[in-house]
Design a protein around this ligand. Structure first.
Ligand code: E4P
Length: 234
């Protein structure tokens, strides 16, 4: 299982990365904008350094934590150059996200050939898994919530992608993004999907269950009650 926190907000890194559950962080120009961070290589370097301060990795995770940044630029060459600059910040940890457009596919190929770790992102249909598998990139990211917004069966597209990767025995991981609730992750995990990125609001839902909170409070009350009775009789 690989869980990623989808935000560029450093306050949220403080909240969640120390819990030891997250394998990585994903960012994109929109999350940078939301966090009022400039979309520059320097800014991403700064944010990544801060994230590393708070990070506690899951015990079974034997590679470096991963930090995903999306490349930008008007031309193929600019997209490639930005991608290389982002990767150079930390070659083992940085995964460069490239939108799965025709231009992006070409950039992804060039980056992959330059030993840059690549995630093909912004995917809205299972057919894009074929492109990622053919390139041999590390991740392909379907946008579950946004597919649903567009009237598609997002869960079904994600499951198809996972089936393609498994039946072709591809190394490419399906990283389900744009997740709107933990129930969808549960449904997909039952079908073999093991990699998700989600925003702090969804993370909050994942970490809280009112019935569990009640049960924990009940146990604490029992501890207090027993200690008080022991104190009275001794
Ligand atoms: C991931 O990197 C995506 O950018 C993200 O999950 C998109 O999510 P949204 O649809 O909530 O913006």
């Amino acid at each position: 299982m690989r869980l990623f926190l989808d935000t560029a907000d450093v306050e949220q890194y403080k909240n969640f990365l120390g819990l030891g559950v997250f394998h990585g962080v994903t960012t994109n120009p929109t999350t940078l904008q939301d966090a009022k961070e400039p979309c520059t290589v320097e800014s991403l370097d700064h944010i990544h350094r801060l994230a590393k301060k708070y990070w506690k990795r899951p015990p079974h995770f034997n590679r470096h934590e991963e930090f995903m940044c999306q490349t930008w630029g008007g031309t193929e060459d600019e997209l490639y150059k930005t991608g290389v600059a982002l990767s150079k910040l930390d070659r083992s940890r940085m995964v460069v996200k490239v939108p799965a457009t025709k231009k992006g596919i070409s950039v992804a190929r060039r980056l992959h050939q330059s030993d840059v770790r690549v995630c093909l992102t912004g995917c809205y249909s299972a057919k894009q898994a074929l492109l990622a598998a053919s390139l041999g990139v590390e991740y392909v990211a379907p946008y579950l919530g946004r597919m649903t917004d567009k009237g598609k069966d997002g869960l079904e597209e994600c499951i198809k992608m996972q089936e393609i990767m498994e039946s072709l025995e591809c190394e490419t991981r399906v990283l389900v993004a744009s997740v709107r609730n933990p129930d969808d992750m549960v449904e997909l995990a039952r079908r073999g999907v093991n990699t998700f990125t989600f925003c702090p609001e969804v993370a909050e839902q994942l970490f809280s269950d009112p019935l569990t909170e009640d049960a924990a409070a009940e146990f604490e009350a029992a501890v207090k009650d027993t200690s008080e009775r022991v104190a009275v009789t001794s």
